[in-house]
Ligand binder design. Structure first.
Ligand code: HEM
Length: 354
């Protein structure tokens, strides 16, 4: 399919399978592309949907899916003939008074989801065979659904995601950039939890860290919920009071022998500035210094931003090369996407990009 400019299709018809995918299992694969393999990887990415079909067709009820994201530096190396997506830039590292959001390498990202782990594993294996000698795996995480959608801190994670079939599309998919309609911006961070410190907190105190009750998953009343709770700092609005949302699909991961207990944070947004404002609130604080208390128990060890192109671009990038570039407007048209990722709320200190 040609670019959104030509097709007149709805964003969700142009998008990769970002939304509505029920996943009990996921593999998050971050790879870098070796020098000299740029063109081969660009061509190889067109084969990913076919590989997904080969693996998934045999057990269709597992709903195997794959979303592919492209990092800023790889875009410059492999897609320089195409108009650059306006929100694409390296993940912006943030240094707060206590905690840091690191920026780590990532050229291409594969988000594999299915209801069974074997399906994700087989597709990951096929992808690595397909790109053998062209890429190096920087990070590989196996996520699993844990009881009733809980993270390893014991809280239900995902409740306040924008609801399908309208709010999730609006939040996640570019809808008013004719060229890249159906695209999205993906931000990922791998967090490791300090479980002994967390478990030492009484449940009532844990609830004040998150901003919701643990067992019943009810949001704390405003007069009880601390301003440095995770929920308080992640409910953000534009200047007109409209809530700005992202679509998250976090999953836990871990290795008991290594005492590794983590949350893989993964989010899709039509405008990366929304996710970046949340990260700023969490790490720098809102106001600065009032940082997210969940970070006292959770350390971000990776951080990457990717453009998730409409599916037609991966299939046939050349068809986008001769289309006129249009300014990429935000779906949340009430705010602008700044190059530093800030929505301009508060006074924010940022460290340099890595
Ligand atoms: C250690 C990593 C993280 C954990 C364990 C975690 C866990 C949670 C939990 C338990 C909730 C409450 C239930 C829900 O609505 O989903 C929540 C809400 C939320 N989180 Fe996180 N989260 C993490 C990182 C992040 C990051 C990095 C962001 C943004 C950049 C983020 C954005 C949000 C948002 C937007 C909400 C919904 C707020 C609302 O509307 O009530 N989270 N998270």
């Amino acid at each position: 399919m040609k670019g959104g400019l030509m097709s007149g299709a709805k964003p969700q018809e142009l998008a990769q399978p970002i939304l509505g995918v029920p996943a009990k299992s996921a593999i998050y694969l971050t790879v870098t592309v070796r020098a000299g393999s740029e063109q081969a990887v660009r061509e190889g990415l067109a084969d990913v949907p076919g590989l997904k079909r080969s693996v998934g067709f045999r057990v269709p009820e597992t709903g195997l899916s794959c979303v592919t994201g492209i990092g800023s530096r790889f875009w410059d190396r492999a897609y320089a003939d195409l108009p650059r997506p306006s929100g694409l830039h390296p993940f912006i590292a943030l240094t707060g008074s206590v905690h840091t959001a690191v920026s780590t390498p990532g050229d291409v990202f594969f988000h594999l989801r299915a209801s069974q782990p074997d399906m994700c594993f087989e597709l990951a294996r096929q992808l690595m065979l397909h790109f053998d000698g062209m890429v190096d795996v920087e990070d590989e995480v196996y996520g699993f659904r844990y009881f009733d959608e809980r993270d390893l801190l014991g809280f239900v994670d995902g409740t306040e995601n924008p609801e399908p079939p309208v709010d999730d599309i609006t939040a996640a998919l570019i809808a008013d950039d004719p060229l890249y309609n159906g695209g999205s911006y993906l931000v990922v961070q791998k967090y490791l939890h300090n479980m002994s410190a967390w478990d030492a907190l009484p449940v009532e105190e844990q609830e004040r860290v998150v901003g919701r009750t643990k067992l019943s998953d009810i949001e704390l009343p405003d007069d009880v919920k601390p301003s440095n709770s995770h929920v308080a700092l992640n409910v953000i609005e534009d200047a007109d009071g409209n809530e700005l949302q992202i679509v998250r699909d976090n999953l836990p991961f871990g290795r008991v022998g290594q005492s590794e207990f983590g949350t893989y944070f993964i989010s899709y947004a039509a405008d990366p500035a929304v996710t970046e404002q949340m990260l700023t609130n969490m790490f720098i604080g809102n106001p600065p210094g009032n940082y997210d208390r969940i970070l006292d128990f959770s350390t971000a060890v990776t951080g990457c931003l990717f453009f998730v192109p409409p599916i037609g671009l991966l299939d046939d990038p050349e068809s986008y090369a001769d289309l006129p570039a249009e300014p990429c407007k935000s779906t949340n048209s009430t705010h602008s996407s700044r190059t530093d990722g800030s929505l301009g709320i508060g006074s924010l200190k940022r460290s340099g990009q890595k």
